[in-house]
Every structure is written in C-alpha cells, then in structure tokens.
Design a protein around this ligand. Structure first.
Ligand code: 4AD
Ligand code: MG
Length: 477
C-alpha cells in the first residue's frame, strides 16, 4: 500500500477508498480522534479509531508527535470542521514520543523566541511549516523566473580570496593549524598562508564572478549563501544569508530597476498563487497579533492586502538627493524624531529608509544615484562626478531589500576609483580583464533572500525565516 501525502488526501473526495498515510500526531482526543500531520500542509487528517477495536497498549502510545502509519478507508466525516475522516483499520506506531519530555504540547502556545531555542523542532509548528514551505516556493520561483528569461545559473565560489564589497566584513577561511602555524618576521600568524599560500575568506557576494559570467553569457544569476562577519544583532541581519544576484550585459540602471521590480512582483505573485493556504494562515497569525496592539498602532492593511497592493502598483522611483530632501522636509525631521542626523552624504539609516517607504510613499521605493563615498568601488560614476549609478530598493516593514547598480565599465575610471579608495588593483586583475576585453555597459543587483521571505510571510525577525540562523553566539545547530 503506497503512502499518500495528506495534502493530496485532503483534496480527494471520500468514497470509501482504502489509503495509507504516515505522519506525526498533532493531537489525540477521547481515545478516538487523531489529528495527523505529515508536513505537506498545515492541515491535519482526522483519523478515527473505532472504540474497542484497538488495544489499550497501542492507544497509550498515541501521543503528540509520535509517528504513525495508518491504513483505513476514507469516509465522509460525521463531525463538523472537516470533510472526511480516515476510518482506521490498522494503526502502527513507528516512533514513540514521550509526552513528559516533548517540548511542543498542543495546550501551550510557544513564543517565537522560545522556538528559536529549539530550532531543531520548530518546523513541526504551523507557523514554521507555513514559513518554510513558502521559502521553498520562493526559491523555486527564483529559478523559474530566470530560467524562463534565459538567464544562466552561475555557481560562484564560497571560498575566495577577494572582498567583493570592499567592506572588510569577511570570515577568514584557513587551513592553518591551531598550534604551530607559520609566522611572519614579527612573530605573528602568517595569514597569507591560509590556503596553501593564499589568504582566503568566505564570500560576501558572488557579484564579481557574476560579472565574468554576464560578459560572456549576457545574462546570469547566482543564488547561494553569502557571509558577513558583521557583529549586528538586528531583526534584519544574519552572518550567513542567501542572496540572488542577477548580472546583465547591455543593461543600464533603468533596465536594472525594471528587472528588479518585475522580479519582486513575480515572486510575490507566485506565492499568492501556489501557497494560498500557508499565506492565509500567516495572515491570520498576524491579525491575531495586531489585536494585541492599541487601535491607533494597528496597520490599515493585512498581509494579503499589502502583497496584493505591491503586485498591482509600480514602485516609486526617486534619487538619493530627492530622498534626502523629503526627509529634511518631513514633520518627523522637524520634530527631531530621527535618532541619526539627516544631510546630503549620509548613509541612510534604517529609520530613514523606513520613514520613506512606510510613512511617506507607503509602497516600495527604488532609490538611485547615491554619493560615491558611501557605495562600493564597482559602481558607475555619474557625470556629476559626485554620485554613482547605485540602486537600492526599500520595502515597507523591511528597509533595504535590494542593493544594486550599473557597473563601471570604463577601465581607466574604474582603476582610478579603486586606487583612490585602496582596493587592490593588482589582486583583481581577473576582474579588470572584463573591462580590457570587449567591455560593455552592464548592471546587476542582489536581493537578500531572507528579507524577501520576511516581506512575503510578514515575519518580524529574520531568524525566523532561515532554518538555522547564524548570528553572533548562534551556531550550535
Ligand atoms: O547591498 P549588498 O551588500 O549588495 C551586494 O552584495 C551587491 N554585491 C549586490 C549586487 O549588486 N550584486 O547586499 C544585497 C542585499 C541587501 O539589499 C540585503 O537585502 C541583503 O543583501 N543583505 C543581508 N541580508 C541579511 N543579512 C545581512 N547581513 C545582509 N547584508 C545584505
Ligand atoms: Mg546594500
């Protein structure tokens, strides 16, 4: 007898057919009704054990999260709340679960903070079931979107000698022994020998390698883990996060913005179409949370309405200079409500970004042409000599969700900037070769995958949208 997944069972018509299901017990009532879940959906199949037909010893073993194999017939349910029951003929306990020890009991609703401490078990809750099925769907949709457009999926390296962002936030990778490592003349460990004669680190971005691909295939994307050794403890930062980085030859910054907007809307639409149940569950979860807040602080739109709005409306497009002007003229600024000062040249803080999207425009905003001093070396210098063709996308509730730019394709200008800000020109000879051999205008961006999952699921903390979050002091499992 072949196992059928519960999601499929729940979509069937009960016609006395014999089926087999396997899953974990969510609850067991009156020694008769088992709510069985197998992870294919948050829904449970009601398994009915006819009283007297199963012996005491077996019934005792049906506890929350015990695993069962059940064969029976699918019949219309007599009870309310479900269409069908599985009338059990045989029940086999595959694995017991001691209720004295198992931390997730149906009676007490665990907090997200507590579930983070038992991240190895949290997939078994409805909230995380929904979040991680949506995360899966989003990952699939990423590949579908680019594949349908003819982009090549390029696998860029995890271990690398380069610092793509030039920000020095790298995890070192070393083969050096803890003791007896080679030393330099002044007696310090010689990190230039990390990896058989090279100093190496975990990648912060696949972009530079992505540019090599784009200047051969035309359009590529990467989708992989990236690492930032920043000691930030916020609800938006991880030390290990996944990034999607498309890179396109013959694109200027406007083409780049168009693609990013289309991409984000596509991802949202995909989840709305393919994960309606899980989205509805998360929406309800947020509505319950909102009810705890005072009326004035509750949000006008629910999660589903917000997503619908985003796919139906164009993103706002402004320059950095315009963004600063809006902030300077805002009542918020005049009432001195920003913690950080606002003036042309600042690296906008998340309070500024969130003011723009949440209070001012109330939709995603694409900000372009940032001061060159606060952006990376590879961004194309604008004719004003002061700004670069950078492009950040800010999303309500999130802040920066995309960072990108048109790239500097002029060898002399690029080399000049690298030297001016101390990026090692000689080490990046391979990168500069793209500018030597048939250079072309090109552009790309990086979408933070977890921030995208946060946006779609409405989860407030980034630690709750990645299976095993890596944050300072958090690396056990
Ligand atoms: O703005 P970032 O640093 O841009 C780059 O890495 C470029 N190389 C991208 C490119 O043009 N190909 O990072 C891009 C995005 C951010 O907008 C944010 O969504 C996400 O990656 N991100 C993080 N997400 C979680 N935790 C962190 N510590 C993140 N740092 C960046
Ligand atoms: Mg950025």
């Amino acid at each position: 007898n072949k196992r059928i997944r519960i999601k499929e069972v729940l979509a069937m018509e009960p016609e006395q057919q014999e089926i087999t299901v396997m899953g974990w017990v969510r609850s067991f009532r009156n020694n008769q009704f088992v709510a069985l879940n197998d992870g294919s959906t948050n829904g449970t199949l009601q398994v009915v054990l006819t009283l007297g037909e199963f012996d005491e010893a077996l019934l005792k073993r049906i506890t929350t999260s015990a695993s069962l194999k059940v064969t029976g017939t699918l019949v219309p349910s007599l009870g309310k709340g479900q269409k069908m029951d599985l009338k059990a003929a045989t029940v086999e306990v595959l694995g017991d679960c001691d209720p004295e020890q198992y931390p997730l009991q149906p009676k007490n609703k665990p907090s997200l903070e507590y579930l983070r401490e038992i991240a190895h078990l949290r997939f078994r809750t409805n909230t995380f079931g929904a979040v991680f099925r949506i995360r899966h769907s989003l990952a699939f949709a990423v590949h579908k979107f680019f594949n349908d457009k003819g982009f090549v999926y390029l696998h860029t390296p995890i271990i690398t000698a380069s610092d793509a962002e030039g920000a020095g936030e790298m995890f070192r990778v070393t083969t050096l022994p803890m003791e007896g490592a080679p030393t330099t003349e002044d007696g310090k460990i010689d990190y230039s020998q990390d990896f058989f004669g090279r100093s190496t680190n975990l990648t912060v971005s696949g972009q530079l390698e992505g540019e090599l691909g784009a200047t051969a295939f035309g359009e590529i994307y990467t989708f992989g883990p990236t690492f930032r050794a920043e000691n930030s403890n916020t609800a938006r930062h991880l030390a290990e996060f996944w990034m999607i980085e498309p890179e396109m030859a013959f694109y200027d910054i406007e083409d780049n913005a168009n693609l990013a907007e289309e991409f984000i809307q596509y991802l949202i639409r995909y989840v709305m179409q393919h994960n309606a149940d899980d989205l509805a569950f998360l929406n309800q979860r947020l509505l319950d949370e909102e009810k705890q807040k005072p009326q004035a602080e509750r949000s006008e739109l629910d999660l589903l309405q917000k997503l619908q709005f985003v796919v139906e409306h164009q993103f706002e497009r402004i320059t950095y200079t315009e963004a600063i002007d809006i902030l300077l003229q805002s009542p918020h600024y005049k009432k001195k409500k920003f913690q950080y000062d606002v003036k042309w040249g600042i690296d906008m803080q998340s309070e500024h970004e969130r003011y723009l999207v949440e209070k001012h425009f109330k939709k995603p905003v694409i900000v372009t042409n940032y001061p060159k001093e606060i952006k990376s070396f590879y961004m194309r210098l604008n004719d004003d000599g002061k700004t670069v063709a950078a492009m950040d996308i800010l999303a309500p509730g999130i802040g920066e969700i995309v960072g990108g730019s048109q790239r500097e394709e002029r060898l002399d200008v690029l080399e000049g900037r690298m030297r001016a800000i101390g990026v090692p020109v000689e080490e990046l000879w391979w990168y500069l070769d793209t500018r030597r051999y048939g250079t072309v205008p090109h552009a790309g961006f990086g979408l933070g995958f977890e921030r995208m999952v946060q946006f779609v699921t409405g989860m407030g903390n980034i630690r709750d949208v990645i299976a095993f979050p890596r944050t300072p002091k958090n690396a056990e499992f």
